[in-house]
Design a protein around this ligand. Sequence first.
Ligand code: SF4
Length: 81
Amino acid sequence: MFKVDNDKCYRCGICTGIELDVFQFNDEGNIQINNDKITEDNMDQVMTAINSCPAGALQMVMDDNAVRDGFNPIENEKEDN
Ligand code: SF4
């Protein structure tokens, strides 16, 4: 399953633009993730959204104790230089 840290989220809308069924803004203007809408068919788009989040606000939760921070392309670009 996936989680969002709305304290980090920029509200840029990238994730909602990639997979609107899964990533949506709620009435408070925060991102909510509809994990029950993730299927084999849209998993590629979900992973693209996770990897595209500029804030690193999206996380894959492996189990209760293991959380992998979302891939941040901006930070990785800096590390490459
Ligand atoms: S891509 Fe990341 S920063 Fe942008 S709205 Fe989604 S969770 Fe927030």
